[in-house]
Design a protein around this ligand. Structure first.
Ligand code: ATP
Length: 355
């Protein structure tokens, strides 16, 4: 048995009843509701104002009920109603970002996964400590611009959605950078990007074993990012720069990818070590997470980011992926979450997957 993440008091609202799977109507909620419904759970959509009309277009993913609040910030005020509904909240990127990490962490409602992970993910330096101490290779950080060799990418702290990044081909080109806030200078890694969707279960028997539990790979995508992905069509970066056009990395969609099979052992090894280290540091990163990195021509995977919950790229695989189909046919990440709840209920281990 692993360590409990949630207290008995927090889970009391789930006793002797079928839980309701709840999430904010955004991001990957269609998949989360669809997966929960497929596994036989009632669903609750949290929404701001009127229920989103576009859900009517997707009857298999429309939640059974909606709980409406005037603004996202009013969600903590709905705690009692959520507990009465026997809700398990499944977090996703928009949920945590709109509500804010502190408000999210303090909500007294069972949450799928370990909410303590947020403190490690939302602080770029702590995230780097965690990943590097797990043995992952990350893009080099330049504390002193005079040390720069090769291209760099400058990121502001807390930059969201890939806006405001600055690319420089070399140290000289960085002279043009006029900071408007605290930032980090990172090696710009040249290679091909992969966003790998993993799922860590502390309670599953069999599969790819870690010290406690098992690791699954459920899918992989590459993000479409505007305007960087199409900018080359207009000409060389220098010309564009002179014309006042700056690259941005705003995610507008996702495309499915797979990795050369011979690189899969490396991917599992890195992901496994990151999970093991998370257990030592804060009790474990439970459930879905995404390793985001760049494979270089030397076949080295440099991780620039980890997302510690379901990512929107998994929406490609609502009816399964080339990887998840080899775990169980038609298994989406949303459905995998619901199955984890089923397994934990059957074995009396909910406190190890909820916090
Ligand atoms: P989000 O919060 O949406 O995940 P973010 O502001 O944290 O975005 P990152 O995820 O770090 O930003 O990076 C956004 C994009 O920039 C990546 O998807 C990738 O295309 C590119 N990128 C980031 N770091 C590097 C790097 N070191 N080398 C090359 N490209 C990079």
């Amino acid at each position: 048995m692993g360590l409990p993440l949630a207290s008995e008091a927090r889970l009391a609202c789930l006793e002797n009843r079928t839980p309701t799977i709840a999430t904010l109507c955004s991001h990957s909620s269609l998949q989360i509701f669809h997966g929960a419904r497929t596994e036989g759970y009632p669903t609750l959509g949290l929404c701001v104002g009127a229920p989103p009309k576009f859900y009517d277009a997707f009857p298999l993913a429309r939640p059974d009920r909606f709980l409406s609040v005037p603004t996202v910030k009013d969600l903590p005020g709905a705690t009692e109603r959520l507990r009465e509904a026997g809700a398990i909240i499944v977090p996703h990127g928009s949920f945590v970002e709109y509500l804010g990490p502190e408000a999210f962490t303090s909500m007294n409602v069972p949450v799928f996964g370990n909410r303590a992970v947020l403190g490690w993910e939302s602080d770029r330096r702590k995230e780097r400590d965690w990943l590097e101490s797990a043995g992952a290779t990350m893009p080099k950080l330049y504390e002193d611009p005079r040390e720069i060799e090769g291209p760099v990418i400058v990121k502001y702290y807390g930059a969201k959605g890939g806006k405001g990044f600055f690319l420089a081909k070399n140290r000289e080109a960085l002279d043009e950078f006029r900071p408007t806030g605290p930032y980090v200078i990172q090696e710009y890694v040249v290679g091909t990007r992969y966003y790998m969707h993993f799922f860590y279960s502390p309670i599953t028997e069999g599969g790819y074993r870690l010290e406690h539990g098992a690791l699954e790979l459920l899918g992989m995508d590459r993000r479409d990012e505007a305007n960087i992905d199409e900018l080359y069509k207009l000409g060389a970066q220098e010309e564009l720069h002179r014309a006042g056009l700056r690259p941005t990395f705003v995610v507008t969609g996702n495309v499915p990818v797979i990795l050369r099979e011979s690189l899969l052992p490396k991917a599992f090894e890195i992901a496994g070590r990151i999970v093991e280290r998370s257990i030592e540091l804060f009790g474990g990163m439970v459930g879905p997470f995404c390793l985001e990195g760049i494979m270089t021509e030397d076949l080295e995977f440099k991780v620039f980011e980890i997302s510690t919950r379901i990512v929107a790229g998994t929406n490609l695989f609502i009816s399964g992926s080339p990887y998840s189909d080899l775990v169980a046919p038609g298994l989406s990440t949303g459905r995998r979450i619901a199955r984890e709840v089923t397994l934990a209920r059957a074995t009396g281990r909910l406190s190890e997957i909820l916090s």
